[in-house]
Design a protein around this ligand. Sequence first.
Ligand SMILES: C[C@H](O)[C@H](O)[C@H]1CNC2=NC(N)=NC(=O)C2=N1
Length: 240
Amino acid sequence: MLAVHSLRRSALLPRSARTRSFPLHLINIASRPFSTSTTALDAKDATLGAAYVRHGSIASSASRQYPPLNTLLPDRVSGWPTPWITAEDFERYMGVLNGNGWGIRFSSAHSKPSKSHPSRVVPELLKTYHFGSDECVVKFVEDLKELMSEENHHCILRVANTQVTIYTHTHSARPALGSKNAPGITLRDVRFAILVDSLHSTESVARDAGGASSSHVQFPGLTWDEYQNSIRTTMAPVGV
Ligand SMILES: C[C@H](O)[C@H](O)[C@H]1CNC2=NC(N)=NC(=O)C2=N1
């Protein structure tokens, strides 16, 4: 596990070696068919790995076309706690995010226990990126660090050789219908995920063969009802 804020800049590539600076130049991410598989992710993260399916191997009987991710970037969110995504947000963003390799999981791995939320289980967006070299991983992580600072939004990174998994949820958040604050997925996470994808695409373009690779793991898509159901069964103690 690698918390980005623990990375020392000196351990990373020098600024002069970098090919991109903010603001982000969003490039087209081609819209691709997305399988509307209704397989729910297991609420326990231990079994989640079993739900991983290689991109392209999911049956595409009910595929839909979604607009390119970069046309969907939500505006910067202000204010805390941030509301959880609504059914409308879910419909608008989750299909296309899922089609681009993002999944939702419920996990207690990245949240602290509190009186109002003893189970610590939190929904989070996650995606695994594969890179062609260590240098690309370092470059990606450095750019991520900058993105987190720009967005004032902090994710968890897991780096395993040339594979980087990103997990994002909003700590200071509020269920749409609940009265108590509880961490969850908000438009901050959706926006962050889209920006990370554009970052990765930019890295791919900036680097020649042997650089970033666009291959990713495809998660099964969740319906809004399945998402709500998982929230109810895993986060019941917070009264949502
Ligand atoms: C005060 C500061 O803006 C907050 O602590 C921000 C920082 N980064 C954050 N990142 C995430 N993921 N969730 C938050 O609630 C959050 N809060």
